[in-house]
Design a protein around this ligand. Structure first.
Ligand code: SF4
Ligand code: SF4
Ligand code: SF4
Length: 290
């Protein structure tokens, strides 16, 4: 669509350097994830993280793997010395970025001390209507929202419950609130000039034939879709991951509506460096970001 092209041209400078929005750069430009956001406000059935299982309370030694906003400056100072190609700093968990106040504190620090780094976040979108404006004020440029279904009857099989406005909502009721907020939040973020990427986890037995509806729904307000295969864990450990053929075919169907990103490695929430480098750093979080 031409309107999309025009509105996107003002982002050309970002899209030229962001490795998650440009496959050609994926192995050339460095990004770092700051694991400052431990808590999550929804319970995806393939993810162990949830509000009642905040890692720091359960197991000793886990707390040190979460970065505190006050450590961010030193860490980035070190990194920018070592990595000349560091361009993007993302907050991708290990919980939901918008559900942790540390995310906003961190974004402020980055804006103040490292104004040249592109600020990026990923979220499940439940709180995006509430915080889209704040993100835009903090000069976040790119937002990834994980949308795994837009039909509550399907989403209830993926998300067990959500925690919203002080209450737990289960099943279809929770799924409906999440979908409503994702739609509203993505629209709002787009209207504020943020570039939105949709991440979708392909779960063959649950959402395979539905993913194209997601692509169609967001065709005018998202920039890109990143379909990633289920890693069968936790309550989904008995479900099968998609075959390469299935991923390929779903991406082709979705491409009619949204450009597809095909180079994702499902980085951890503390990843650092070039995406091809599985370089370890001082943290060791065994959790995928989104
Ligand atoms: Fe890339 Fe997502 Fe990290 Fe942003 S938050 S840098 S889009 S992986
Ligand atoms: Fe939360 Fe992300 Fe885990 Fe879902 S996958 S429960 S949004 S941390
Ligand atoms: Fe790129 Fe995927 Fe890693 Fe994000 S999670 S940096 S899109 S490979």
């Amino acid at each position: 669509k031409s309107s999309k092209k025009i509105s996107m041209s003002k982002f050309a400078h970002i899209l030229k350097v962001h490795p998650c929005y440009n496959e050609k750069l994926h192995d050339k430009v460095g990004r770092v994830h700051l694991p400052v956001a431990p808590k999550c406000n929804i319970a995806c059935k393939f993810c162990r993280r949830s509000i009642d299982k905040e890692c720091c309370e359960e197991r000793p030694g886990v707390a040190k793997r979460i970065m505190k906003p006050e450590d961010v400056e030193d860490y980035l100072q070190e990194l920018t010395k070592k990595m000349s190609n560091l361009k993007v700093v993302g907050i991708a968990g290990p919980g939901d970025s918008l559900f942790n106040k540390e995310t906003f504190e961190t974004l402020e620090i980055i804006g103040e001390k490292f104004p040249d780094l592109i600020k990026c976040i990923s979220t499940n979108g439940l709180l995006l209507p509430k915080y889209a404006k704040k993100l835009s004020d903090l000069e976040v440029k790119t937002v990834t929202v994980t949308v795994n279904a837009i039909d509550p009857k399907i989403l209830k099989n993926i998300v067990e419950w959500i925690y919203y406005d002080g209450k737990i909502y289960r099943g279809e009721e929770g799924a409906s609130i999440l979908i409503k907020n994702q739609m509203e939040g993505i629209k709002k973020a787009h209207d504020l000039g943020l570039i939105v990427k949709i991440n979708t986890v392909l779960i063959p037995e649950i959402n395979m034939d539905h993913i194209v509806d997601i692509a169609r729904t967001f065709k005018d307000i998202a920039y890109l879709q990143n379909i990633i295969p289920l890693i069968p864990l936790y309550k989904m450990e008995n479900l099968r991951p998609p075959t390469c053929e299935e991923i390929k075919s779903i991406r082709e169907k979705c491409e009619r509506y949204l450009p597809q990103f095909r180079a994702c490695q499902q980085c951890r929430s503390d990843a650092v460096g070039l995406i091809s480098e599985k370089r370890l750093n001082i943290f060791d979080l065994k959790h995928f970001s989104h």
